[in-house]
Design a protein around this ligand. Structure first.
Ligand code: PDD
Length: 287
């Protein structure tokens, strides 16, 4: 089945979908995005993703030519047309096509470009990796200083994924100048010590994960203590457990950091339980 994608409100076969070479998303990475997961053909935490999209747009003085209602309709239509049971929807909003290359922002009245497409991942909830856990290496965080804005500047995270692949592991966690973990290439990072879940506090140096917010809420409800502070790779190696969260992996146990096992070296009970709670609760609330 050919995938149907959406460009500026038009539903097209993926091979016919086109964006201008002058689009600022293409030339300047002047664009923001969201990834929303789909389970049972329904959207997970869609409102959370739309709130963050609004924030990213506002931080960059961009506007989206589609309303929240239109974006919801588009997401649902893409799920329907592509018969997605489990998978993800990628949404990108760019500053548009000013008709030439210039470092200056075009006039604010220029409509942005909106592109969205589905990714069909039938075993998203039952990902085999969740049973074995991720192994990670740490690398310096060389991204720009406003990674709280979800821009499409993903070259360095992409290099981080390649570094992980070359090292024979699953992901890279970034470390700041002080040697503390910021986050993963495309996920937030956590460690577990006894009853405490430790994760970096929100700031401009990490993305404010939508999964993070939900998982911390569920963890607090399940009587875990939440400590929002930085931790080092060495502290992670000595922790009981570690895990990462994102819309693409939900709660993913992390079993090795820089070649050293975390805890037993297997997915731990806390990460496993939080993954179950997250999937149960979010499936119930999906729209
Ligand atoms: N990435 N940190 C970074 C750098 C991310 O790119 C992501 C998400 C997260 C987790 O955010 P959320 O829980 O809202 O998905 C944290 C998406 C999934 C991606 O780029 O594919």
């Amino acid at each position: 089945m050919t995938r149907t994608v959406c460009v500026n409100g038009d539903y097209l076969p993926e091979g016919e979908a086109k964006v201008s070479v002058f689009d600022r998303g293409f030339l300047m990475a002047d664009a923001v995005y969201e990834v929303t997961s789909v389970l049972d053909g329904r959207l997970i935490d869609f409102d959370g993703h739309m709130r963050r999209l609004e924030r990213s747009l506002a931080e960059l003085e961009m506007t989206c030519p589609m309303s929240a209602t239109e974006l919801l309709t588009m997401h649902r239509e893409l799920v329907r047309l592509n018969r997605i049971d489990q998978g993800m929807i990628y949404l990108q909003v760019t500053r548009g096509n000013p008709g030439d290359r210039s470092f200056l922002f075009p006039d604010a009245s220029l409509p942005g470009t909106v592109v969205a497409f589905t990714q069909d991942i039938p075993n998203l909830a039952d990902a085999p990796a969740a049973k074995t856990g991720f192994k990670v290496i740490t690398i310096p965080d060389l991204r720009w200083a406003r990674v709280d804005i979800k821009t499409v500047q993903l070259l360095y995270p992409s290099m981080g994924k390649m570094a992980a692949k070359q090292a024979g592991v699953d992901d890279s966690w970034f470390t700041d100048a002080a040697g503390a973990v910021t986050e993963g290439t495309s996920n937030n990072a956590y460690i577990v010590k006894g009853n405490r879940i430790i994760t970096r506090a929100l700031g401009t140096d990490i993305l404010h994960g939508i999964t993070r917010a939900a998982v911390l809420r569920f963890a607090a409800e399940a009587q875990f203590e939440i400590e929002e502070r930085a931790f080092t790779p060495a502290e992670a190696q000595g922790a009981d457990e570690a895990f990462s969260t994102a819309a693409s992996i939900f709660v993913m146990p992390v079993v090795e950091v820089d070649g050293k096992p975390v805890g037993t070296g297997k997915p731990g009970p806390v990460a496993t339980r939080l993954r179950e709670i997250y999937l149960d609760e979010m499936r119930k609330a999906a729209i």
